[in-house]
Design a binder for this molecule. Structure first.
Ligand SMILES: Nc1ncnc2c1ncn2[C@@H]1O[C@H](COP(=O)(O)OP(=O)(O)OP(=O)(O)O)[C@@H](O)[C@H]1O
Length: 605
């Protein structure tokens, strides 16, 4: 095993930094790089560390002195002579990669023509298994990400890019950057908004690790009144109407017409329960069919109402109309912003007009799709600046290619150049009707047994049934709808897959997710693009549009007593699955296994 000659020097430097920090040191990695240029040599890390005479020993990643580390890259070294990424575990330096050495490209990945030139350390960072939480990537931010991070806080910035291009990573680093460098933002506070509690769990601990204080919330929790989310709109049309801009006018009229307004909760449930009142207030704004979908029998009390996300946003608007104070922030970062409804955009704009919206219009899985970012940014009162990321960090190339067949004309954004090969072409397996969940979960458990973090995705309508199956069959899965991402295998409804990431995705019955509608195809696109390594598709029904070419003849009927039961992952399970493969697929799997073994041996070298 070869050792970088600088490893000991960097260890000494790290020891010195820890000694200077004394009791203030935490267990988080302190240093992650070094840059040498005409300005001298400096270490880049999580926080500033000064020596006894005030000289900089480590500069924080968000300080101006660290800029050269991020702006230089192998293809454009600028005046940097050394860009070194230092990987630390605990307090030990375990690896050193020189992306630029002697002012030229150093330790970079140049192995394949189609692969963009990046530091090997980026590729190594990507090879790490997922943990169920968003990785920081501070050490390996690319120049195009860094450029976006530092743009001024004022106005509206849209960060767009295909799945896995680092929009969330860039947006959260931008939040931390602004908190460190913009006095007005720091004084007024930062707001980070994500669509669901599941996604909030996924990103929540990144900002504190980046040294930023922020209020991180999901859309429904923006409203701070007594109502809590207890239900969801089963009819997309209901969510669409509740989220539409005309509801602002309907609610204004509701408040004006109420003698004794009472609480937002009482006003809204009264409106839902009284079609005559709704007609009187909204005859010219909503068609009869649109008004009908809002009708709801009142629950025994406001507390028991099955409040949905969109109801809570309407309650927030009502609270504002009733004169309740709304908190204000210096800057808001909104992730998965393509799913914002007009009413949700208003709720955020009430709190802050300077915003960063991260998202991808092709991944819209909300009730309404925006054709253009300006449909949303208009609510913030200024024209949007758009920045596009085009390097794919997550999705393996073969999965990118298959998934884009779900989008009309292959999507609105150029195909992201993916840094990953993953485990090759997606596996498609036809199973007997009724066996889909058993086979997919069994494969998921087998993949989890190799250390993969696995997401098993089903149509929302099949979620409860599949969860019950897992409970009955003793298959341990995290309940993704409840935000439990800590288990090796997570069960997830397709409508909550946005923003998440797993090593392997097992997709059950794609035709139920991509149900022929435009929304269904986007849901399927999002579900397929959550994996970093492998995608496996299990189906009994015919495959949906965009996948028909993968269709294989149904297997001959099997003896009725054959029963699939998921068992704990064992090597025999893998062999059983292996035996089910067609000959040419079996060869492919063999090649992949050989490649994995070879790569791991090379790594060990
Ligand atoms: N510069 C980088 N170096 C290493 N890893 C990175 C870098 N940028 C992003 N990543 C990794 O790429 C993956 C995808 O990042 P992220 O979730 O931010 O993408 P996204 O564009 O928001 O994806 P989506 O919209 O599909 O949810 C994450 O694992 C992230 O840690």
């Amino acid at each position: 095993m070869t050792t970088h000659p600088a490893l000991d020097d960097e260890q000494q430097q790290l020891d010195r930094s820890y000694a200077l920090l004394g009791d203030d040191a935490s267990d988080r990695p302190l240093v992650f790089g070094r840059v040498d240029d005409t300005g001298g040599s400096r270490y880049v890390g999580r926080i500033d560390v000064r020596d006894e005479s005030g000289g900089a020993v480590v500069v924080a990643w968000h300080s101006p002195e660290a800029g050269a580390f991020y702006q230089a890259c192998a293809t454009e070294p600028t005046d940097v002579t050394l860009k070194r990424v230092v990987t630390v575990s605990g307090r030990q330096v375990i690896a050193v990669h020189d992306e630029i050495a002697g002012g030229a490209a150093g330790d970079v990945s140049t192995g394949r023509d189609h692969r963009p030139v990046v530091g090997k350390v980026v590729v190594a960072a990507l090879e790490q298994f997922r943990t169920g939480a968003l990785a920081e990537a501070t050490a390996t931010l690319r120049p195009e990400q860094f450029d976006i991070i530092r743009r001024p806080a004022q106005g509206v910035l849209v960060i767009q890019g295909g799945p896995g291009t680092g929009k969330t990573v860039t947006a959260l680093h931008r939040a931390a950057w602004l908190a460190a460098n913009d006095d007005a933002v720091r004084a007024a506070g930062l707001l980070v908004v994500v669509p669901t509690p599941t996604l909030r769990n996924y990103v929540a601990d990144v900002l504190p690790r980046l040294g930023a204080d922020a209020v991180t919330t999901d859309i429904a929790s923006l409203y701070d009144g007594p109502a809590r989310r207890r239900g969801h709109d089963t009819r997309p049309e209901a969510a669409r109407v509740k989220g539409s801009a005309v509801m602002a006018m309907v609610l204004r009229r509701l408040v004006e017409s109420a003698g004794e307004p009472g609480s937002p909760e009482e006003l809204l449930r009264h409106l839902y329960a009284d079609p005559a009142l709704l007609e009187e207030l909204a005859d010219d704004l909503l068609k009869a069919g649109q008004r009908d979908v809002l009708y709801r029998e009142p629950a025994a009390s406001a507390h028991n109402e099955p409040w949905t996300v969109d109801d809570l946003v309407l309650l927030d608007e009502l609270a504002h109309l009733l004169g309740r104070a709304t908190p204000h922030y210096g800057h808001a970062v909104v992730d998965e912003a393509q799913n914002l409804s007009p009413m949700q955009a208003r709720a955020i704009a009430r709190r802050c007009r300077d915003v960063t919206l991260a998202g991808d219009l092709d991944c819209s899985t909300g009730p309404g799709k925006h054709d253009d970012w300006s449909e949303l940014t208009a609510y913030f009162g200024s024209e949007a600046r758009e920045a596009t990321l085009s390097l794919g960090y997550r999705v393996p190339r073969p999965v990118v290619e298959l998934s884009r067949r779900q989008l009309p004309d292959g999507g609105t954004l150029d195909l992201a150049r993916s840094l990953r090969d993953g485990l090759g072409i997606p596996l498609v397996r036809r199973v007997d009707p009724g066996d889909e969940a058993a086979v997919a979960l069994s494969a998921g458990e087998a993949a989890a047994g190799t250390g993969f973090k696995v997401g098993v995705v089903v149509a929302a309508a099949r979620y409860d049934e599949t969860l019950r199956y897992c409970q009955a069959a003793g298959v341990k899965v995290g309940d993704g709808r409840d935000g439990d991402l800590a288990q090796p295998v997570t069960l997830l409804p397709a409508d909550l897959a946005n923003g998440l990431e797993f090593d392997a995705i097992a997709l059950i019955e794609p035709a139920e997710i991509g149900d022929g509608t435009e929304l269904g195809r986007r849901l399927l696109y999002v579900a397929m693009t959550r994996c970093t390594q492998s995608l496996a598709i299990f189906h009994a029904a015919p495959l949906p549009a965009g996948m028909e070419h993968l269709e294989r003849p149904a297997p001959p009927p099997r003896e009725p007593e054959v029963e699939h039961r998921p068992r704990p992952a064992r090597t025999e399970d893998l062999f059983d699955l292996f035996k089910l493969l067609r000959d040419d697929d079996r060869m492919l799997v063999e090649v992949l296994i050989r490649r994995l073994v070879r790569d791991s041996l090379e790594r060990d070298d």
